[in-house]
Design a protein around this ligand. Structure first.
Ligand SMILES: C[S@@+](CC[C@H](N)C(=O)[O-])C[C@H]1O[C@@H](n2cnc3c(N)ncnc32)[C@H](O)[C@@H]1O
Length: 226
């Protein structure tokens, strides 16, 4: 890892300035922003959003800044990511709206937390333990992160709550997760891709249409209580 990737940087979502280090970015500041369009079209505004495997919280803070929720909870296993989230909370005065936890999956989150919507860009590639230890952003050893997540999430979900999880089509498909979801008392509402940006939006946003084509390999799984 070079020194630059550990220097503190910022990105602004409306009024919220998010603090991060490059090596913590798992794509939430890029393809993760597809959530803005996805929520606008499907769920709208809710009270409380949780971002699982949040890293520095690019997705969660952007949703909060854009008015999709009033309260936000974030958690990650990486202490550096949690430190960045704490810095963002403090510098933006968000102590009343945002909570964050250092947690392996949902293990250290108090059950008093209750969410309307769960979002996440989790590690996408099924792997072995060695690959995970080398890259905790990218790999999910024996899919244990997903398995634990779908096993435990119901304790935190409000009765009408839902999960919309972003996955990578090159790494998995709906079949990878179907049983994990359905055997834990949840039903699949929809599997979908974010609507592609128009050519004009691509040019304005990325100045590079190829990047938007790469984003089309991501898909979303929307589930809720049966
Ligand atoms: C693909 S990155 C996404 C980071 C950020 N949400 C983004 O979109 O840029 C996956 C994240 O999962 C976290 N992670 C890996 N294993 C985890 C676990 N067992 N429990 C919680 N978070 C975990 C990593 O630290 C990393 O921040």
């Amino acid at each position: 890892m070079n020194e630059g990737s550990r220097s503190i940087q910022t990105i602004k979502y409306k009024d919220i300035c998010v603090y991060f280090m490059d090596y913590l970015n798992g794509g939430g500041s890029g393809f993760g922003q597809q959530y803005l369009r996805v929520l606008k079209e499907r769920v709208g505004i809710v009270e409380h959003i949780y971002e699982f495997c949040a890293g520095p919280g690019f997705i969660g803070f952007s949703l909060l800044a854009n008015g999709f929720c009033d309260k936000l909870t974030l958690a990650d296993i990486n202490p550096d990511a949690v430190e960045c989230v704490k810095m963002t909370i403090e510098k933006n005065g968000l102590q009343d709206k945002v909570k964050c936890y250092l947690s392996d999956c949902l293990d250290s989150i108090p059950e008093t937390e209750k969410w309307d919507l769960v979002v996440s860009n989790p590690p996408h590639w099924p792997s072995n333990e060695k690959q995970y230890k080398e890259n905790i952003r990218g790999y999910d050893p024996d899919l244990i992160i997903h398995k634990k997540f779908y096993r435990d999430i119901k304790k935190f979900l409000k009765p009408d709550g839902s999960l919309i999880i972003q996955e990578l089509g090159d790494a998995t498909s709906l079949d990878t997760f179907k049983d994990m979801i359905e055997s834990n008392g949840l039903k699949i509402v929809e599997e979908f891709k974010a609507k592609p940006l128009s050519v004009l939006e691509c040019v304005l946003k990325f100045k590079n249409i190829k990047k938007n084509t790469r984003y089309s390999t991501f898909y979303f799984i929307w589930s809720k209580f049966k």
